[in-house]
Design a protein around this ligand. Sequence first.
Ligand code: AMP
Ligand code: MG
Length: 337
Amino acid sequence: MNRHRTWLALTMAALCVGLLVWNNDRPQHYYHHSGEVFGTLYNIRYQAHANLSDSIQQCLKQVDDALSMFNQNSDLSRINRNEPVTVSTDFLRVFTEAQSVSDLSGGAFDMTVAPLVNAWGFGFENKAQMTAERVDSLRALIGYRRIHLQGRQIVKDHPAIRLDAGAIAKGFACDKVAEMLRRQGCTNLLVDIGGEVVASGKNSKGELWTIGLTKPIDDPTGTRQELQATLRYDSVCMATSGNYRNFYYEGTERRSHTIDPRTGYPVQHNLLSATVTASSCMRADALATACMVLGAEEAVRMIDQTDDAACCLIVGENDKQVFVLSKRWTHIEELIK
Ligand code: AMP
Ligand code: MG
């Protein structure tokens, strides 16, 4: 009986080794998937033994189920409706990073900005008639310190507080897809969701990945993609926020989708775009939005306080565009070209 067991164990071990060797010998291909998700476009490339499209779709769905405000059954939508929710691990990770960036940015980044985002017409509800009184009454509902994590429940200080993950969810989705690809053994990968990017290793030509820095020219539909510079990285998590995309005019006033939680109004200054690299893409995403709220000077001060992030800001000055860089930003020559 014991001898049989030993044989069985040895045969199983040999089979496993055989399977591993066979798997390593199989040629690896570069796969490319593109499509639409979270109201934007994605492009995902990776070198692997097998097509991992199903696993990618599963990752994207899990992020949608945790964080989408357009998915009525997501954790976020249910929290916004004050339903009791035991939040998912994905929600927990994003919430924790969001609160940390809120602290770092002195509340410039704030998930509780949702009522203002909606009222200004950038959320899931129709735009409201905005008056100073209305802005003030909505501003009373904002404040990241008024939401708390208790175990796996989100507790709000006021039932009308609502959350918006639009400034961090795409970055997190990039992290999640990249983590899955790495677990599957991929070392060469590029995950781009709406311009937020995780890249590591090499492309199919054996070269470093090239990432384009988009020119901040008015593009309300997000379809023009002129590049300001191309940057090469062997490993990076990068996100860009800009007010040249999602905006509208109200008379002569330009209303863009980044809201300053401290004033209650869409931000209006000469910072055209903020590109941030950080230790994770969700962090880069949240920091880039925070930069847009803070304006160039304070943004660089915030980024330089961290020990992982760097930023490249494009500022409009009398018809000219100038770069403002943080200490750790490396790709300077490419910008001057
Ligand atoms: P992003 O393109 O990453 O800068 O995200 C912009 C989106 O984030 C907006 O469309 C809003 O849904 C949301 N948002 C706007 N202002 C803020 C803010 N101050 N803090 C957090 N999220 C914001
Ligand atoms: Mg962002």
